[in-house]
Design a binder for this molecule. Structure first.
Ligand SMILES: NC(=O)c1ccc[n+]([C@@H]2O[C@H](COP(=O)([O-])OP(=O)(O)OC[C@H]3O[C@@H](n4cnc5c(N)ncnc54)[C@H](O)[C@@H]3O)[C@@H](O)[C@H]2O)c1
Length: 330
């Protein structure tokens, strides 16, 4: 397949681009490098530095080639920042995605795989756990709302233009390429696992643990961590799954780990202490978020290979130890 990967210089996009290349597909990365890294673009991919907000440039570029599928990772994705800059987030994520959908329709790209999120589910009530793909939706942030709006736009593109899509609602992506080629390097980093690893390596102040009085066995939040290579495998399967109909899947491990369990896992894997201090709960952080991924498993045969948390942590730790400054490391 000829695959267009928006956001392919970012964390998840680069791992999926790598998996596509490893499976013999052709990859073109479109990225503005706002949060991504040129070094993360896998060898063998072609690259166009392009901002999806520039509709005409995007259209011009797409007229110059042929692609079978677009995988759309490019987005602004910091939940907290979306609350402080709601209009910027809504505008940016909606317009860039609509530009891409419109350009795909105009240029005969018939499939889109979209990076959606667990952040669109209703977490204001004690939600059923695990969360199914038809669980109530009520985004708690402009970020989650923007993703939900893109899902709805894709539905219209299917209805009116016969575009096929897969909306994949990721839970917490974690880990790094098991062969050590790629890793996670966000600036600023907001994800617990890389922060815990950097704290263990003495490269940042003690980790602030948001909330230690949740109604969970150890008082810290419980989240579902899915290895980035398992995410990549799910994308490849989703592409063939949507030949005849579009799909919306939840994507998680189906197992929850508390924040304190993640800290302990980093300590086991690294052989070092993770310094941490208790901090106030963050607004809108529900106690437990675990995915029910039954549908993608049943319909595509997907199953996570990395279900052991220490294995996930090990891939992340190995990459970070070799790249203490991320992609800027020598
Ligand atoms: N990381 C997670 O746990 C997680 C969970 C749920 C959903 N998601 C979604 O998955 C996708 C990828 O997440 P990530 O963690 O890899 O993020 P990331 O920031 O590492 O990657 C995003 C990439 O998109 C590029 N980009 C951003 N805006 C662009 C634009 N206007 N034009 C062109 N390129 C642009 C960035 O430069 C970057 O390379 C995002 O859509 C995110 O919302 C991530």
């Amino acid at each position: 397949m000829r695959c267009l990967v928006t956001g392919g210089a970012g964390y998840i996009g680069s791992h999926v681009a790598q998996a596509l290349i490893d499976s013999g597909h052709k990859v073109t990365v479109l990225d503005n490098l706002s949060t991504g890294h040129i070094e993360a673009i896998p060898k063998g991919a072609s690259f166009e530095r392009l901002d999806l907000i520039e509709r005409d440039r995007l259209n011009n570029f797409l007229t110059r080639g042929k692609w079978d599928v677009a995988l759309h990772f490019a987005a602004l994705s910091l939940v907290g920042e979306s609350v402080t800059h709601p209009y910027y987030y809504l505008k940016q994520n909606l317009i860039t995605s609509i530009n891409l959908i419109e350009a795909c329709v105009a240029n005969n790209i018939k499939k889109i795989i979209f990076s959606s999120t667990a952040a669109l589910f209703d977490n204001t009530h004690p939600s059923p756990s695990p969360i199914k793909s038809d669980s109530p939706i009520n985004p708690a942030s402009p970020y989650g709302e923007s993703k939900f709006f893109v899902e709805k736009t894709l539905k219209w593109a299917e209805k009116i233009h016969n575009l096929r899509y897969a909306s994949l609602r990721y839970f917490n992506a974690a880990g790094a390429d098991p062969l050590g080629r790629l890793g996670e390097d966000h600036q600023p980093e907001t994800h617990l696992l890389p922060i815990a690893i950097d704290a263990a390596l003495g490269r940042r102040p003690p980790l602030r643990l948001f909330g230690t009085d949740y109604p969970t066995p150890d008082g810290s939040c419980i989240r579902d961590y899915i290895h980035v290579s398992d995410l990549a495998d799910a994308h490849l399967r989703a592409i063939s799954q949507i030949n005849n109909r579009s799909v919306t899947y939840n994507l998680g491990n189906g197992r929850g780990f508390s924040n304190l369990e993640i800290i302990k896992s980093v300590e086991r894997v690294s052989g070092r202490k993770v310094p941490w201090i208790p901090a106030e709960r963050r607004l809108g952080d529900p106690p437990i978020l675990i995915a029910d991924s039954t549908e993608i498993k049943k319909e595509t045969g997907w199953t996570p290979r990395f279900s052991d948390i220490d294995e996930i942590v090990r891939t992340a730790f190995t990459w970070r130890e070799k790249h203490p400054d991320g992609y800027r490391s020598p």
